[in-house]
Design a protein around this ligand. Structure first.
Ligand SMILES: Nc1ncnc2c1ncn2[C@@H]1O[C@H](COP(=O)(O)OP(=O)(O)O)[C@@H](O)[C@H]1O
Ligand SMILES: [Mg+2]
Length: 255
């Protein structure tokens, strides 16, 4: 055991399936028996809303505490067992915006990486959701990670989005003085009948990053509406099959 591997699920674009992927991936790993912590790094708090846990101090408060040098005890922020083997560090769902200046977020870069690093001995995987923005907040999460998962849609303008997030990962790597990998591209809402889908597959394969596809499925929207994971509401759906492939191939070995 070398401690948890830390991932951020990131794309500066909204609605590409970041939060749904954190939910299904993290809960799938937890069902396999791995110990998983999710961090809701999006102040909009969609991930937190899904799991309905609000009794702990939130992510924004954690950053404020870390930026001001206050000691941050994990127990004050982490909801344990939102499911078996699955914990959550929530985001405040009342405030839609992070009430922190960029400079304060930047001050929290190092302390946040240390805080998350201090939790790695308790988990196999730490998976962080991020907000759709190219902001210091997203950089804070990426800098604290070992690797990034990039959800995308099969669209031509996803290419420029991908290029910009790859640039960001690279510059975060340089600033943090460590290698931050791109774990995979995750095509959510994949449909074979989509126009030019084969062209997109070839185009994205030229980036030489492992690619996974999650088919477009009603079960995903139903899962979000009902606050039930795909394993709870549609374990034999095609979407569950696809997330299982991601888990089995991309998260084969516990760290
Ligand atoms: N595989 C999928 N099939 C169908 N709808 C999906 C799929 N993945 C995500 N969605 C839908 O896309 C919308 C945005 O997803 P979400 O995870 O909230 O994106 P983000 O966190 O990137 O903003 C949601 O309404 C969700 O139901
Ligand atoms: Mg989201």
């Amino acid at each position: 055991m070398t401690g948890a591997k830390i991932f951020t699920v990131a794309n500066q674009k909204g609605g590409v399936g970041k939060t749904s992927s954190v939910i299904q991936l993290a809960s799938g790993l937890a069902r396999r028996g791995d110990k998983v912590l999710m961090v809701d790094g999006d102040p909009q708090g969609n991930l937190t809303l899904f799991f309905g846990s609000r009794d702990k101090l939130d992510f924004s408060r954690l950053l404020a505490d870390l930026a001001s040098g206050s000691p941050a005890k994990a127990e004050a922020y982490v909801n344990s067992r939102v499911r078996k083997n699955l914990d959550l560090l929530p985001a405040g769902n009342k405030r839609l915006r992070l009430e922190m200046r960029d400079t304060e977020v930047e001050r929290a870069y190092g302390p946040f990486a240390d805080f998350i690093g201090s939790l790695t001995s308790r988990y196999d995987w730490i998976i962080m959701d991020s907000s759709p923005s190219n902001s210091p907040l997203e950089r804070l999460l990426i800098r604290a990670s070992d690797a990034v998962i990039i959800p995308l849609e099969f669209q031509l303008f996803s290419v420029s989005g991908l290029e910009s997030i790859l640039e960001e990962v690279k510059s975060c790597s340089a600033e943090a003085g460590k290698e931050i990998h791109v774990h995979s591209l995750l095509f959510t809402k994949a449909e074979n009948r989509l126009h030019r889908v084969q062209t997109y597959r070839e185009l994205f394969s030229s980036f030489h990053i492992p690619v996974y596809e999650i088919c477009k499925s009603e079960y995903i929207s139903r899962s979000l509406e009902k606050s039930r994971t795909i394993w709870e509401c549609g374990p034999s759906s095609y979407a569950a099959r696809d997330y299982r492939t991601l888990i089995d191939k991309g998260f084969q070995v516990r760290p």
